[in-house]
Design a protein around this ligand. Structure first.
Ligand code: PEP
Ligand code: MN
Length: 348
């Protein structure tokens, strides 16, 4: 931390700041310039808020240099984190990994049809919510345990990994036998009790950025999971709430290079929630991969017009297949690989 004193700061005020910095664990290096005194605090005190220093008499500005997240920060693992899954799929490696499927699991036929299509186009994960966080309590809330069982059955039948949203601590144990990756939704990014509990499980977690969360807050939320000992965390940019109303959210593609700079954790993009509009999903998916993301989470429905949730932003299977073809051109252009289509899709 750097503390710049005001020009008129007295020696007594400077000493008070120095004492306070030493008290919390900093080694203080003082530079007395012609106009002002600068105090550089070296070290890593466990906890401090640099803003507290700006309230001390005589202080002009306090700037935090080290990041508040230690385990999620880039320097913790400069080589980057690769999250490994049972069938050899890796997120954060050289291959761009696509997770696709409907917003919600609705029926056996629907999830089988969705899985067959996304598998054939080259997806590695089947997504689908069994527990749904809906803005209205009267909207479809998900199939629950029945939905989890369907996801596992169809995942196994098609050779797809399964990712689905966990909304509450009480669902973790129930979900563990059926899933390959927990998804923490935007609304739960700051459900700290849930994050702490996910730190104790040994299964990967995809953590979505909150609707109004800064990138620093996203990384601090990841820190909750990492600090519990679960290092298999994948971040997800899914759009943030801005003043723009043309799209459902504003897909912050710049979050991809920012996170790559600040953290060692893999990051994927969700252009479905990022735009809310089927006609814009592919453009933002392409941009996300071009920006260096490690993968995508995309809503695909066999019949989007009949979807019980997020139909407007769900791709038709043919649109998804076309997008995957386009990504197969973009990924190599940015030094990445991506799965080829699967010729013989599983018959169900
Ligand atoms: C979802 O993936 O269907 C979902 C509810 O996403 P988010 O938490 O980003 O709104
Ligand atoms: Mn959705």
């Amino acid at each position: 931390m750097i503390v710049a004193m005001q020009e008129k700061a007295t020696e007594e005020q400077i000493q008070t700041v120095v004492e306070r910095m030493v008290e919390i664990g900093f080694n203080v290096h003082r530079t007395t310039g012609a106009v002002q005194t600068i105090l550089a605090g070296v070290g890593t005190p466990a906890q401090f808020d640099h803003k507290d220093f700006e309230l001390l008499p005589g202080v002009a500005e306090a700037v935090r240099i080290s990041s508040p997240y230690k385990l999620a920060g880039h320097s913790f693992r400069p080589e980057g984190t690769i999250v490994r899954f049972p069938n050899g799929v890796e997120v954060g490696g050289n291959e761009v990994v696509v997770m696709a499927g409907p917003c919600s699991v609705e029926s056996r036929d629907q999830i089988f049809a969705a899985a067959t299509h996304v598998k054939a186009a080259g997806a590695k994960f089947l997504r689908g919510g069994a527990f749904k966080p809906r803005s209205s309590p009267y909207s479809f809330q998900g199939m629950g345990l029945e939905g989890l069982k369907l996801l596992r059955e169809v995942g196994d039948a098609t050779g797809l990994l399964v990712i689905t949203e966990v909304m509450d601590i009480s669902q973790i144990g129930l979900m563990l036998p059926y899933i390959d990756c927990f998804q923490v939704g935007a609304r739960n990014m700051q459900n700290f009790n849930l994050l702490r509990e996910l730190g104790t499980v040994r299964k990967p977690v995809l953590l979505k950025r909150g609707i109004a969360a800064t990138i620093e807050e996203l990384l601090l939320s990841a820190e909750y999971i990492l600090s519990g000992g679960n290092y298999d965390v994948i971040l997800c940019e899914r759009g943030i709430r801005t003043y723009e109303t043309y799209t459902r959210n504003t897909m912050d593609v710049s979050a991809i290079p920012v996170v790559k700079h600040l953290s060692h954790l893999p990051i994927v993009g969700d252009p479905s929630h990022g735009t809310g509009r089927r006609d814009m999903v592919s453009a933002m998916a392409r941009a996300t991969i071009a920006a260096g993301a490690d993968g995508l989470l995309i809503e695909v429905h066999p019949n989007p017009e009949k979807a019980v949730s997020d139909g407007a932003q769900s791709l038709f299977p043919a649109q998804f297949a076309k997008l995957m073809d386009e990504l197969r051109i973009i990924a190599p252009a940015v030094g990445r690989t991506i799965a080829q289509p699967v010729a013989a899709a599983v018959a169900v």
